[in-house]
Design a binder for this molecule. Structure first.
Ligand code: ADP
Ligand code: ZN
Ligand code: ZN
Length: 741
């Protein structure tokens, strides 16, 4: 047997991750030591015995082999959670292409260097009703300062002490007074910065309806099988998926196991927090993407010690080190925020399934608009596919009208609003109901289309939209195909061909011009610069301080506004003509979400979708809220073009300050790939400039690879990594791999 060496870290607080020590693995231990194993080693001059984790195993000694110390043996007491996470990191490094160090940094939290600051918080202690009564009593007696602070606390608890003093102008005596009355508590942050924490509550549980019960029953049956599959719960908006998750969570907690609930970055709203807190009380902790590394570390510490048993949070919450993980829920599983844009470009959906396998935890994902990847797995049986077809209490799905903007142009209407949408806005303003106007800018990158006939300029080879560039050219970002910009529509000769230009601000102005009496709130990048601007705007709209909310995709995610009875989608085509193969899927998702915002309360809702391509299947299917219909068309297109999920696809992305050098470098990569894998079943395209071709003076280019098997692409990546490492020419550029495009 040949000699093996292990790289070992002895301190897994992140600053020291780079410091590894190499030890020889004695022959008799070779079968017992893997990446992640916790081992005992002799350390330092006196060779005192300490423990560490194996993070890599190689055949290459870094120092003279004869001088290397040997591992004493594996730690015997069980497998610590760190071991499992380290082996998960190794899997991530291998499957997404990164160094072990980058993967470890993704998986393990950073310990905070600076001393924790003690911060004080005011927390509502009385029940909401008592607090409300007390507030009214204060108002009657004109205790203005007390009333003001009570109002503040009712809106936000916990409230930082400084905020009470500075914003709500509460003197210490006022705070003390409320504390005496038993209304509030002043707590130091022993609570480990747990971002939410409310005083009293009793567990509130809802009776599931028949469809929900059926879903829970089938999932529990699946869990009893020898090899339980992940579940995909496809349920229309408002069908009560969250109630199903909560029921399942309860069964897992009852077995003494823990739960991770992933939600898209933007969805951690007050509503989500309330729902989970009401049901599960103190055992649940919430992570949001703005937590500092140290705050995340603290939360993970709580989880490791068993002080919490549910974590609700974005992508990074997936790595919560629970000792006995029982379930991972992925809500809105189709969301793109589950994918990391940084190396390693892992996808939380895939990593969750992997973690589930390793730790014997169950996986449940849910969506009203599942990703094609997951639905296909549901169709072919590798996932359990369950459907909730109807809204809870049979509330009607909104009635949707599709307006053809070509017809509006013909009829002489050049405004951003179709005649129908104008009429409906007017009607809602009169009835004092609320309206959402949604500008669909997501994925918009400057495609060119004809306003007379709807023709879109596309790449003849890749069937994605060409993107107009400042140099007066139209370019395909998959294969690099380029043509000069057009002045006339190649299909109908109309001169009305060009890019789309209208922003949220213009829409707001337009609403004021047409309906001077309307009160409008606008939510876009400009009005949400500060940390809590989002919540403020949404809260104001929820309090009915405005009739119309205008905005980009931030306004259509997961919020529940019962008085919204009309949603207008202003430019459905913007995302439809994105320059990548997911444009149709993204459009369907966005439109379905947007439409689903209408009629969530007792009053039925309506939606108006304005488009130049009313016949496009993404538009038709979202108007009918017909996911299976959409899936059939979309999967046929993917199959025809060889796009995922019918084939695996990966990108080799390069960035470099020198454009020529970058092109050369990637061309060498392409030639190298062709040499090591001459098979015709591998499709290579590019190098082509990325959609954002230059960022901070770095040029960006990409090669795409497609093959039947993901594994083949991973093997090619392995070879390519070595090729890049040994060739000096690549020193001046960054190369990154991406397996989920
Ligand atoms: P989804 O997650 O599928 O969009 P939700 O779980 O948010 O749906 O449910 C939509 C609404 O219906 C929520 O207001 C929820 O409280 C309510 N709801 C769902 N199921 C029940 C139930 N079994 N009992 C009472 N209310 C329910
Ligand atoms: Zn035309
Ligand atoms: Zn092309």
């Amino acid at each position: 047997m040949s000699r093996l060496y292990a790289d070992i870290i002895v301190d897994i607080s992140q600053e020291k991750l780079d410091r590894t020590f190499q030890y020889e693995i004695p022959e008799h231990l070779q079968d017992h030591i893997q990446i992640g194993t916790k081992v005992r080693v002799p350390f330092g001059n006196g060779s005192r015995e300490i423990t560490g984790y194996v993070i890599d195993i190689t055949r290459q000694p870094k120092v003279e082999a004869a001088r290397m110390k040997q591992i004493l043996g594996p730690e015997s007491q069980g497998i610590p959670i760190e071991s499992r996470l380290i082996s998960l990191a190794a899997w991530i490094a291998k499957n997404y292409g990164s160094t072990m160090n980058q993967a470890l940094k993704t998986v393990l939290p950073v310990k905070e260097k600076k001393k924790k600051q003690e911060k004080k918080f005011l927390v509502l202690k009385a029940s909401k009703e008592n607090a409300q009564q007390f507030l009214e009593a204060c108002e009657q007696r004109h205790f203005k300062a007390k009333a003001r602070l009570m109002r503040g606390i009712l809106e936000q608890s916990p409230m930082p002490y400084e905020q009470a003093v500075n914003v709500w102008k509460a003197a210490p005596s006022v705070i003390h007074g409320l504390e005496e009355k038993g209304m509030i508590l002043v707590e130091s942050e022993r609570v480990w910065r747990n971002p939410v924490h409310t005083g009293q509550r009793e567990s509130i549980k809802k009776e599931l309806n028949a469809c929900q019960q059926e879903a829970v029953k089938k999932i529990l049956e699946e869990w009893n099988k020898e090899k339980p599959r992940p579940t995909l719960l496809y349920g229309v908006t408002g069908s009560g998926k969250t109630e199903v998750y909560m029921e399942l969570i309860e069964t897992v907690l009852a077995k003494g196991r823990q739960v991770i609930v992933l939600i898209p970055e933007i969805a951690l709203t007050y509503q989500t927090v309330e729902r989970f807190s009401q049901r599960f009380g103190q055992g649940v902790s919430f992570m949001h993407s703005r937590l500092s590394a140290g705050e995340r570390f603290d939360q993970f510490e709580l989880a490791r010690k068993g002080e919490i048993s549910i974590v609700v949070g974005p992508r990074s919450a997936l790595f919560t080190p629970f000792p006995n993980l029982g379930l991972i829920v992925i809500d809105e599983e189709h969301e793109s925020s589950y994918k990391s844009e940084k190396t390693p470009c892992y996808h939380a959906r895939e990593v969750a399934v992997r973690r589930g396998q390793v730790e014997n935890a169950r996986i449940v994902m849910g969506s009203a608009t599942p990703s094609l990847e997951s639905y296909e797995k549901g169709k072919n049986g590798s996932y359990q596919l369950l459907t909730l077809e109807r809204r809870y209490e049979n509330r009607a799905l909104p009635k949707v009208y599709t307006v053809d903007l070509k017809e509006e142009l013909k009829a002489g209407n050049r405004s951003i609003f179709s005649t129908l949408l104008q009429e409906k806005i007017k009607d809602r303003l009169e009835k004092r109901e609320q309206v959402i106007l949604f500008l669909n800018r997501r994925g918009y990158t400057g495609f060119v289309s004809c306003r007379s006939c709807g023709h879109v300029m596309k790449c003849p080879h890749c069937d994605v939209s060409l993107t107009s560039h400042r140099n007066g050219k139209l370019i395909c970002h998959y294969c690099g195909y380029t043509i000069p910009d057009v002045q006339k529509c190649p299909s109908c000769c109309s001169p009305f061909i060009g890019g789309f230009k209208a922003g949220t601000q213009q829409i707001e102005e337009m609403v004021y011009r047409l309906f001077p009496q309307a009160r409008v709130l606008r939510m876009d990048a400009d009005t949400t610069r500060k940390k809590d601007d989002h919540e403020k705007i949404l809260a104001a709209f929820a309090r009915k301080e405005a009739d119309v909310l205008v905005g980009t995709q931030m306004i259509i995610k997961g919020h529940d506004f019962p008085d919204v009875t009309l949603v207008g989608v202003l430019a459905a085509d913007l995302s439809l003509n994105g320059e990548d193969f997911r444009a149709g899927e993204r459009t369907f998702q966005i439109l379905t979400q947007a439409v689903g915002r209408a009629g969530r309360g007792k009053k039925p809702g309506e939606a108006v979708i304005q488009t130049y391509q009313p016949e496009h299947y993404s538009i038709r299917a979202s108007a009918e809220q017909d996911y299976p219909g959409f899936y059939r068309e979309e999967i046929a297109y993917r199959m025809l073009m060889g796009y995922p999920p019918t084939r695996a696809m990966a990108a080799v992305r390069g960035a470099c300050a020198d454009e020529n050098l970058l092109y050369q470098g990637l061309s060498y990569c392409k030639k190298y790939i062709e040499k090591i894998y001459p098979g015709e079943d591998l499709i290579l395209i590019g190098p082509a400039p990325e959609s954002v071709a230059k960022v901070q003076d770095m040029y960006k280019m990409v090669i795409y690879m497609r093959h039947q098997n993901r594994r083949t692409l991973v093997q090619i990546k392995d070879c390519l990594e070595r090729y890049i490492a040994v060739n000096k020419g690549f020193d001046k550029m960054f190369i990154q791999f991406d397996f989920n495009i």
